[in-house]
Design a binder for this molecule. Sequence first.
Ligand SMILES: Cc1ncc(COP(=O)(O)O)c(C=O)c1O
Length: 475
Amino acid sequence: MSSHQPESVLLAQQLAADPRIAQAKALLVSAVRDHQSSLQQVRGPRPELVSDYAAKVAKFEQLRGGTLYFPYLSSGLGNGPYVELADGSVKLDFITGIGVHGMGHSNLDLIDAGIDAVLCDTVMQGNLQQNEPSVEFSELLVKLALESGGDLQHAVLTTSGAMANENAMKIAYQKNFPAQRVFAFDNCFCGRTIALSNMTDRPGYRVGLPATTVVDYLPFFDYRDPAGSLARTMAVFERQVARYPRQHAILWMELIAGEGGYYAGSPEFFQTLAGRARELGIAVICDEVQSFARTNRPFAFQHFGLDELTDIVTVGKITQVCATLFTTNYKPKPGLVSQTFTGNSASIMAGLKILRGLQAGGHFAQDPGQSRTMQLHNEFVTGIKAIEAKFPGSLNGPHGLGGMVGLTPFDGSAAAAKDLTMRLYEAGLMGFVAGDAPARVRFLMPLLVTRSEHIREACGILEQVVAQMVADRQG
Ligand SMILES: Cc1ncc(COP(=O)(O)O)c(C=O)c1O
């Protein structure tokens, strides 16, 4: 067939247009559809698979040198928010690898993208050799970032949220040299490199590591006392600036505390703080590795009206491939940022599908009431509040923001959060813990495939489990 094509058509385009590819795709997709179609609700394990499964999990734990949070091993097949495990059970996945699987499991569009990726000449893309989807993905991220007055003109791709954050730190340090101190929020989580473990506000995560970064912690927004909280945070900020003049390079902001327990700040709080940092030439960095695409806007900095105050932003998780976006003012010198792997072809193509899916599916809207993500939030939180009303003191708010839904079970102890999470898992609903004192349970629904019936099923499971916990506590 290639002999009839005009010369300007690339061989790769001819391959993509080859009817055999379309036929093969159609066959694969229809096979997956047939086999996944019975995955429509939660079910328990198959008794004959239970002991083999336990042995596989134990072997995996032994190989990793540590336990898994839950005994989760997927069979490799799912359907929307449902996933079949290797013991034959079916779970309703409302945690999605901590916000990664935005299109759920065995999504037919992502399988289609995956086939295109497999047909790419290389599995991996990297700084030296990239394919066109890397350009498209970077272009789409920048286009979304510029939507409402932001100035983030550049995007560098990378394979993990931690690496995106490291790149952000390096870019800011280089520009603001010789300043080296960092402002970050109490209770923040930034990632697990040595520098980021230094910044993350969890002493247990940096035991035995060298101190590399001097961090001045700022109190995060307190939803119970917005004005007092802003005043307290600004007072600490100003005191540290006066104590260490011109020594701060970075204001690091996680706009919705993720690992910290799903607490959001307010526009006024962030705008005041970022505005003052900007006056002092301190780089304003928003870590959106967890919160990107979880509000009514693509970026959380847009949701909080920080378009004109953000110098650098990082994204990850639902994007499948991570990225650091920055303004021209913060463009790094050659040699500072580079990597063998910027992402594999399947991740980049899947990331594109997911971002375009979120755009087309009405998840992003200026008016929060019009955003599909915010509507899903409202449906889920309405269900959670109804359970809380039946069992007062069981599932306390605040309930997070947008696609990040959280609650404090019972007395807020770590034991209560873990007990609820594990009982939910056993009953078929997957969530995860977050935060400390109070400990919380969080959910990250697969935004593109969650429908009302899934939320009803999730709330049904939650209610049963809470009823049992209440009964156990009374007994
Ligand atoms: C806010 C935030 N930043 C950074 C990271 C690190 O991302 P990764 O685990 O992909 O390195 C995470 C991961 O949970 C995160 O939630």
